[in-house]
Design a protein around this ligand. Structure first.
Ligand code: ACM
Length: 678
């Protein structure tokens, strides 16, 4: 027995030991299920060719063609063959893609693949064409180089996802995002093997999908910003080619200001002046669940639009209905009493069940936010868990509860990227945690979705709010649970993130677009220095009570150029933590380098021709300089005068306050350094 344990221990130790160096070597995201490396490499030359060995698949042809363009773009190689061939024409191709079926997209789609790279060729095998699409992304991530060649390292990878539902929700109601913005994000999703695009099409701030049956919806409640049905079909087809399912969301019965602007007679408060909402928050306009016309309308609407979305699932929202207008309506109260519906939750369930029947007739399965989880809700519904335990819900929100009660379920609590929190938090959001579930219950946890609510996000900034943090979420949902080393992830994500630019994603470059605009095209280097240490206020603190910004406010401000995990602040925080734990000359030198940059930026900032927008950054720029200068003197062991000390404290206090909707993300480290007189 003892020997057996030693054997098992050695096996575990070996596998940890053998996996870790590979994670240090290769920058793959999401990290594959198994990977081993060989002392081989496939050298990339102009002779590279791809042969397709499988039934005709638009997905594979498109993915292989794009693969060749991306490879050639990265390497500068002038490939002799710019397009894939069929295996019959090119048995000797260097990359052979083998699969047996063209898959329809659903939660059972097989996305597994096996990739083998040797000195002589590359084999990518999968059961379905979707597996090939996934494997080609891994292959692109493996491209490496020396000073003289580009190559793919010799590896053997067997990979498949942990969860079948790996989604990104984009809210296009609060701010509309045109088709090209959606498409570039679909490309980025596919690059990190995500497979569900949840399209939040309707909310208080706008109805964004054309209805030919009810043209009033977009005529009166979209400000002209909506997708035509042809555009919807185009996006769905585009996503399908990338192996991405599209789930539409029409949020009912709450979040209904837009619908009720067009059809006030369906509202719960007769005489109320419904209008498109311009602020953020939770509002009262709610469909009247006691009015049969509501169901006639929704059935006609859903009958018209569900054919545009071939997926099995349809999201009805169902969140944040506080039922205020229900409480104020005597007829609704009477209806509740007559139907023995004790609470507004019961009334909403009555509504949900009727909607579920409509969707069932249309061959769709209902998905709703976790408010729909009530005792009488049929278990055919999918529960989308978004609220946390601090809202009186069990640990893990409703995800575990839903799975235990027999519902399929997906997680977004912990994946709210619009809260502008750190990547680490999202990465370490483990859906199942240490809860013991039966095999059946575990299988009901389908996966999760990053949610990009866009109250504070326009098409200029949406990419930088989604990426790179969503790459970490993609890995959480694809890779084995044991892949959770934050530092290693932060290393691997660097090349994966910047390569998304190849797909047209603007998460990096739009920083400079905003700063150039703010400065009227002057030298933005001092502004970049500030941007690298400032983070937008988190957890909706930026838009207090939802009324500081309207949908038409400027989202071209300094805070919009800033991102979560401000890079220089993150690096500095680490340096100071290391330095205060165990001071070394090397760390001190690195710290001084940052402080010098922060000290001198003020001179460059001061030299800029000012305008009212730039002026808002003056306190930030000036006080950062003051604090940094004093800290340099402290580190150089100079005597600090009483006045300088006072000025330091004053400046630090100013930096601790919110400025222009950002926080200085290393202000605590600056303070700690001052207290550490080495
Ligand atoms: C939600 O965030 N209201 C689902």
């Amino acid at each position: 027995m003892k020997r057996f344990f030693i054997f098992i221990f050695s096996l575990v130790a070996y596998s940890c030991w053998s996996q870790m160096p590979l994670q240090e070597t290769f920058n793959l995201m999401p990290w594959p299920k198994t990977i081993s490396a060989q002392e081989q490499q496939f050298t990339l030359t102009p002779d590279l060719s791809i042969a397709i060995d499988g039934p005709k698949s638009n997905r594979v042809t498109t993915a292989a063609t794009k693969f060749l363009r991306r490879l050639s773009g990265r390497t500068g190689l002038f490939l002799k063959e710019g397009f894939p061939s069929t295996i019959n024409n090119r048995k000797d191709a260097s990359i052979i893609l083998t699969y047996t079926t063209v898959s329809t997209l659903n939660i059972k789609t097989d996305e597994a693949y096996k990739l083998t790279v040797t000195n002589n060729n590359i084999h990518l095998n999968a059961s379905t064409d979707v597996g090939i699409v996934r494997g080609l992304e891994t292959l692109l991530q493996l491209i490496s180089n020396t000073a003289t060649t580009y190559y793919i390292p010799g590896v053997s990878i067997t990979d498949e996802p942990r969860f079948v539902w790996r989604g990104l929700m984009i809210d296009v109601s609060r701010h509309f995002h045109p088709v090209h913005v959606i498409k570039r994000n679909l490309e980025a999703m596919a690059a990190v093997k995500m497979n569900v695009f949840h399209w939040h099409l309707v909310d208080d701030q706008g109805f964004r999908i054309q209805s030919k049956t009810f043209p009033e919806l977009t005529d009166l409640a979209s400000d002209g910003l909506f997708y035509t049905q042809e555009q919807i079909q185009d996006v769905v087809a585009y996503a399908n080619t990338l192996g991405i399912r599209v789930i539409p969301e029409i949020d009912v019965p709450g979040h209904a200001s837009a619908i009720l602007t067009a059809f006030p007679n369906l509202g719960s408060k007769p005489g109320y002046e419904y209008s498109i909402e311009r602020n953020s928050g939770v509002f009262d306009p709610t469909l009247d669940p006691t009015n049969e016309d509501t169901y006639v309308f929704l059935e006609q609407l859903f009958t018209e639009i569900t054919p545009l979305f071939p997926d099995d699932y349809f999201h009805i929202g169902g969140d944040e209905n506080e039922g205020k207008h229900w409480d104020e309506n005597k007829d609704i109260q009477k209806f509740k009493a007559a139907h023995n519906l004790k609470t507004n939750h019961d009334l909403q369930t009555y509504f949900n069940i009727k909607i579920e029947k409509i969707l069932h007739k249309l061959d769709k399965k209902l998905v709703g936010w976790d408010e729909i989880l009530t005792p009488t809700m049929p278990t055919t519904a999918v529960i989308h868990s978004w609220r946390g335990e601090n809202e009186g819900l069990p640990k893990g929100g409703t995800l575990i509860e839903a799975a235990q009660k027999g519902y399929n379920t997906i997680l977004s609590n912990g994946f709210y990227i619009d809260r502008m929190e750190s990547i680490e938090k999202h990465y370490l959001t483990e859906p199942i945690g240490n809860v013991t579930l039966s095999e059946e219950e575990t299988a009901r946890i389908l996966g999760g979705e990053a949610t990009m609510w866009s109250e504070l996000t326009t098409s200029l900034t949406i990419d930088s709010r989604i990426w790179p943090r969503t790459i970490a979420i993609a890995e959480r949902l694809w890779s084995p649970k044991t892949i959770n080393d934050v530092n290693n992830m932060l290393k691997r994500i660097q090349p994966i993130s910047f390569r998304l630019e190849e797909l047209g994603v603007t998460h990096i470059k739009n920083r400079d677009v905003i700063l150039r605009s703010m400065s009227n095209n002057q030298d933005i280097s001092s502004l970049i220095t500030l941007q690298k240490v400032c983070e937008p206020l988190k957890i909706y603190a930026r838009n207090k009570d939802g009324i500081e910004y309207q949908t038409y406010s400027p989202f071209t401000l300094f805070a919009d150029a800033c991102v979560a995990d401000a890079p220089d602040a993150v690096a500095f925080n680490r340096l100071v933590a290391n330095y205060t734990a165990a001071p070394t000359t090397k760390t001190k030198t690195e710290i001084k380098k940052y402080l010098t940059t922060w000290n001198t930026q003020y001179e460059a900032f001061s030299a800029l021709d000012k305008n009212p927008t730039l002026n808002t950054l003056e306190p930030l720029s000036k006080n950062l300089s003051v604090v940094s200068k004093t800290l340099l003197d402290v580190l150089d062991q100079k005597t600090i005068s009483k006045t300088a000390k006072q000025q330091f404290t004053e400046s630090l206090n100013i930096l601790k306050q919110d400025h222009v909707d950002v926080e200085v993300a290393m202000v605590n480290a600056l303070e700690n350094l001052a207290k550490f007189p080495k």
